[in-house]
Write a protein that binds this ligand. Structure first.
Ligand SMILES: [Zn+2]
Ligand SMILES: [Zn+2]
Length: 147
């Protein structure tokens, strides 16, 4: 299924085939909380080559706890965070699930950084949970296959 997403002003939009996604995760790390202004970010892993992006994103890079620098992309006009990627693995993209026009099809594989999750946005324990970052090595095989 081909799905589309966009920032609030539609200056940046994208599309991809749902069959191409690698995995999907909630991340409660402090950086995700700050950049979303919420209790977590919900992100979809996909290879950059499987993503069609229209428009220009501005990126802000910050070193995460794994030592990798996460470049978080946002629309320069409306400020919506649309997608990010690890600077060290530029062929990968993490799409912010909330920017999809319809995300009802999405299933979450696991939750990262439950240790910084707060009671007002508590992790769903039916989903596999990691206290910190399971780091990319956990599903590196599926990631590499997809890149
Ligand atoms: Zn925008
Ligand atoms: Zn995070």
């Amino acid at each position: 299924m081909i799905v589309q997403g966009r920032c609030q002003c539609d200056q940046v939009n994208y599309e991809f085939d749902t069959e191409k996604i690698i995995s999907a995760h909630h991340c409660h790390c402090k950086d995700c909380q700050r950049s979303t202004g919420s209790g977590k970010a919900t992100i979809i892993y996909i290879a950059n080559k499987n993503l069609k992006l229209n428009g220009e994103l501005k990126f802000y890079g910050k070193k995460g706890t794994t030592g990798m620098t996460v470049k978080r992309g946002f629309c320069e006009n409306c400020g919506s965070g649309v997608m990010s990627y690890p600077k060290e693995i530029p062929l990968l993209r993490f799409i912010k699930a909330g920017t999809l026009d319809d995300s009802s099809w999405l299933k979450i594989d696991s939750t990262f950084f439950t240790k910084s999750a707060r009671d007002w946005d508590a992790p769903n324990e039916d989903i596999k949970c990691y206290e910190g970052n399971p780091d990319i090595m956990t599903n590196i095989k599926s990631v590499i296959k997809a890149l």
